[in-house]
Design a protein around this ligand. Structure first.
Ligand code: HEM
Length: 424
């Protein structure tokens, strides 16, 4: 095992200024700088523009920053704020606490059963689409199909209405906005005008959905959707202005469809490389769950979870001066060979883990107070769709293979074309 560092106040090791300057000049993605700085057993980082950033990858450090230190290490000027406003992902302090409390019960425990019929309904649409493709012998784009599914499930849950093609086109434009957001924590926040315009169009769509829901809400009384819950809150809490409801809707849409869609696409990329695992998973729900868990280990879409230390802190003996950014990086943690032997190998047999994993070692949904609200929803929708598709179809992708793009989330580049056939 690595030696546990106990030297009080030891300073993290920072990359030399020349290395940072060379990286800046190269225009390479942030993940390359993180890989350069990463030194197992040490707390390392880099300085840019007078700001210090420390890379957090060791499980016990991750646990201390996100889990135990959830109140001390805070989110700050989130990269997605121009899109998400003051929604739950970006909000902080008391505002965040009460926003989370309002929706928590709908997404945890028995609360998630209310979404089962939406998930089943949306999955049936994709199965029908694939059956049609198989009958006609036409190729399909898996990345697009799973994205339609995840937008459909979240839209049904938000509004109680299935997704129509026109709404889908409007909502799917959000992916261009997400792609244009700075991947970098210290990146500029000024957005290109076409992205500002796309945000404006999305706002219009959301405010229209809100107006429709308000009419129905008044006529039919409280419904069961997320929007109904937000409208109920607006009746008693002046904080729930139309603007905040818009922010919460966009947050749930973006958080709710993007990660699940990309994870499902990654699963097909990996299964295509391992046909024997694909065959084993067909008709076996536990194997499907393991495939998804292992996919999320190799490709956690939330590959970088930035935090900020407003006060001087000590992290496991390392001095963290006030003003330091802490870059928790699940992507690197999930490839730590001390926890994950042969970390680059896709092996769903690792799940469920035979002995408890060290805290902080596996965090595709984050950990601590700011962990993903939609963990159970996401796992359920992905299990239902992947299970249904693998049980009924064989899949042969025709490319292009998904090269990893480390943006604000970790996604496979490009479409994923495939031929699907009914199992005989
Ligand atoms: C595979 C799918 C998903 C993955 C990998 C994922 C991952 C994450 C991660 C890593 C965080 C924590 C971010 C941080 O600590 O900085 C997060 C937060 C969040 N996620 Fe997810 N997510 C997924 C699906 C969903 C779905 C389906 C929903 C909604 C139904 C959702 C709603 C949220 C919300 C609202 C937060 C913010 C929670 C808070 O700050 O209190 N996510 N997600």
């Amino acid at each position: 095992m690595r030696s546990h560092c106990v030297t009080d106040g030891m300073s993290p090791a920072f990359l030399g200024d020349e290395a940072v300057a060379a990286w800046t000049a190269s225009g390479a993605p942030l993940v390359d700088l993180l890989r350069q700085a990463h030194t197992p057993g040490r707390l390392t980082g880099f300085r840019r523009g007078g700001r210090a950033a420390v890379l957090v990858t060791e499980p016990r450090h991750v646990h201390q920053v996100l889990g135990l230190g959830g109140d001390r290490y805070v989110k700050r000027s989130h990269r997605a704020r121009p899109l998400l406003g003051d929604g739950m992902l970006t909000a902080t302090g008391e505002a965040w606490r009460s926003q989370r409390k309002l929706l928590q019960a709908m997404f945890t425990g028995r609360g998630i059963q209310r979404w089962e019929h939406h998930i089943e309904g949306a999955a049936a649409c994709v199965v029908d689409r694939w059956a049609e493709r198989a009958r006609r012998g036409e190729p399909t784009d898996i990345a697009e199909d799973v994205q339609f599914f995840t937008v459909d499930t979240i839209w049904r849950s938000l509004t109680d209405r299935p997704l129509d093609q026109e709404t889908y086109v409007d909502l799917a434009a959000v992916q261009d906005i997400v792609a244009a957001l700075p991947a970098d924590v210290g990146g500029a926040t000024a957005l290109p005008t076409e992205v500002e315009a796309a945000i404006g169009a999305l706002d219009e769509r959301m405010l229209r959905a809100l107006a429709d829901a308000r009419v129905r809400h008044r006529a039919d009384g409280a419904g069961a959707s997320v929007l109904d819950r937000l409208l109920d809150a607006a009746g008693t809490d002046p904080a729930y202005t139309d603007r905040l409801i818009r922010d919460e809707l966009v947050t749930l849409l973006v958080a709710g469809y993007e990660s699940s869609a990309r994870t499902l696409t990654w699963a097909f990329v990996l299964l295509d490389e391992h046909p024997e695992i694909m065959e084993r998973a067909a008709g076996d729900p536990r194997a499907v769950e393991a495939v998804l868990s292992e996919t999320l280990r190799l490709y956690p879409t939330g590959w970088l979870l930035p935090r900020h230390s407003p006060a001087d802190e000590t992290l496991d003996g390392w001095a963290i001066p006030a003003g330091t950014d802490l870059l928790v990086c699940p992507y690197l943690t999930h490839r730590d060979p001390e926890v994950w032997p042969e970390p680059e190998t896709f092996d769903p047999g690792r799940f469920p883990a035979r002995s408890p994993l060290p805290p902080g070692a596996y965090l595709p949904f984050g950990i601590g107070p700011r962990a993903c609200l939609g963990t159970r929803f996401a796992m359920r929708e992905m299990e239902v769709l992947l299970g249904a598709l693998l049980a009924r179809f064989t899949v042969e992708t025709t490319g292009p293979a998904g090269e990893a793009v480390f943006g604000i989330n970790l996604r496979p580049a490009g479409p994923l074309h495939a031929r699907v056939r009914e199992r005989t």
